[in-house]
Unconditional design. Structure first.
Length: 446
């Protein structure tokens, strides 16, 4: 189902604003739901030699650092397979090219403190390193900051992660990504080499309006950090996966883990953080997950609001246009606000597990009022009156009179039911704190 004409018009106006403000020769924009484009448009031309040849949903752009999200998913899949640990040091897997105490987790979250680019002034020479040159240069790369001290973006970090993937999977990074991700998601127009219909890259100087053609070169060992090329259609599918991952590629629990903030990349406004390979942006009360990409002649942004499975995408063939993350998120925000996802209707339950009946209702701890209830046979706990968009804690049985919190507040913690001499529930301890039917001061039961 496509968006209404009115929504389409609002989206088109936003795309045109990005194209004119960014002076983009050829801009492609789209909004997807659950991995499928609901709206897209192309403005300008993919090649100035062919005026009016506007980009479409199958036009390939260099998506650049969006490649990092694919690298991150492959790393997490290898972790789930037991073939690496996030706290492994690099030399655990690259024994021939070590750098002391740099961990995989640090590389994923840009908290290693390692320098931004591979050794050799690669964006000065415009020659990217081979795999051998990357590894030869790694021991001599600077650690420009203390680990976990602050966020410091590093293409070098993801190039090294790509080499670890390659070693463990016994093939090139791209072959691993294709087998693990691209083929299962049928992302047939995504890869490191230009193919089919594609946008030519330009730079528009600040004091003139005549675009200059940007050079075309291979990312080589930097492919895991920024080498992929893709289309709106394919990256919409990727956004759908980020919203609702499939077990064939990655466990939903692991994707959720990747979305947990590891470091604040915007320490002033606290609007942008980094998870494990994913950028997290707060905008108008919503959290957006994705990445931006920048390569000579191609700037892109792909961000997904996971609860509505809405993805905003913008591809621009100018090296210095408008901020791609903000533009992609604003496009998707227009769609969410004008055409919100229809909520699932409430469904009546069929049974209430007998052991949960004595736990239902009102409880108090530390002076705070909690409500325990059952939904679809599972025990839920909420602070009374908490906003409905905040998820409850979900608890599952973990032995007799024991329940483990599997999500939400106090995730991982144990709830232990306590009984009086008659066998009736008297209180319970959750994360060791006592919960009672009446509000009590600490120690009132002693």
């Amino acid at each position: 189902m496509s968006f209404s004409d009115e929504t389409g018009r609002a989206l088109t106006i936003r795309a045109l604003t990005a194209q004119t403000d960014g002076r983009v020769p050829g801009l492609a924009a789209g909004v997807a739901r659950a991995g499928a484009l609901e709206w897209s448009t192309g403005v300008g031309t993919i090649d100035l030699a062919s005026p009016g040849d506007a980009p479409d949903a199958d036009t390939q752009y260099a998506v650049a650092s969006n490649s990092k999200t694919f690298t991150a998913v492959a790393v997490m899949a290898l972790r789930d397979e037991g073939r690496l640990d996030l706290d492994d040091t690099v030399e655990t897997h690259l024994s021939d090219s070590s750098h002391a105490r740099v961990t995989i987790r640090q590389l994923l979250s840009h908290t290693s403190g390692m320098q931004r680019e591979p050794v050799g002034d690669v964006f000065d020479t415009m020659v990217m390193p081979s795999r051998e040159e990357l590894l030869t240069g790694w021991p001599g790369a600077e650690r420009v900051g203390r680990p976990h001290d602050r966020w410091h973006y590093s293409n070098l970090a993801f190039s090294v992660l790509g080499e670890i993937i390659s070693r463990l999977d016994g093939c090139s990074w791209e072959d691993s990504i294709r087998r693990r991700i691209l083929d299962p998601l049928e992302m047939t127009r995504t890869g490191t080499l230009p193919s089919g219909r594609r946008a030519k890259g330009y730079y528009v100087p600040p004091f003139a309006d005549v675009p200059l053609e940007e050079p075309v070169f291979e990312a080589r060992a930097m492919d895991p950090a920024g080498g992929l090329r893709s289309t709106l259609t394919d990256m919409a599918r990727w956004g759908g996966f980020i919203a609702a991952p499939v077990d064939e590629i990655l466990s939903p629990d692991t994707l959720e883990e990747m979305c947990q903030p590891q470091v604040m990349s915007d320490p002033i406004g606290w609007t942008s953080a980094w998870g494990l390979g994913l950028q997290l942006v707060r905008h108008e009360g919503r959290t957006w997950v994705g990445h931006t990409g920048g390569w000579p002649g191609s700037i892109t942004g792909v961000f997904t609001e996971r609860s509505s499975a809405t993805t905003g995408l913008i591809f621009m063939n100018n090296s210095a246009p408008v901020a791609p993350g903000a533009a992609a998120i604003e496009l998707a925000t227009i769609a969410i606000e004008r055409e919100p996802v229809v909520p699932e209707p409430w469904q009546p339950g069929t049974t209430v597990p007998e052991d949960l009946v004595p736990l239902l209702g009102h409880w108090y701890s530390e002076g705070t009022h909690f409500v325990l209830s059952v939904r679809e046979g599972k025990l839920e706990a909420r602070v009374a009156g908490q906003p409905k968009e905040q998820p409850p804690s979900i608890l599952e049985p973990d032995g007799t009179d024991r329940y483990r919190t599997v999500s939400g507040r106090e995730s991982g913690e144990l709830l232990r039911v306590q009984r009086d001499e008659s066998g009736a529930v008297s209180h319970f301890n959750w994360a060791t704190y006592r919960f009672t039917r009446e509000p009590l001061a600490f120690g009132a039961w002693l």
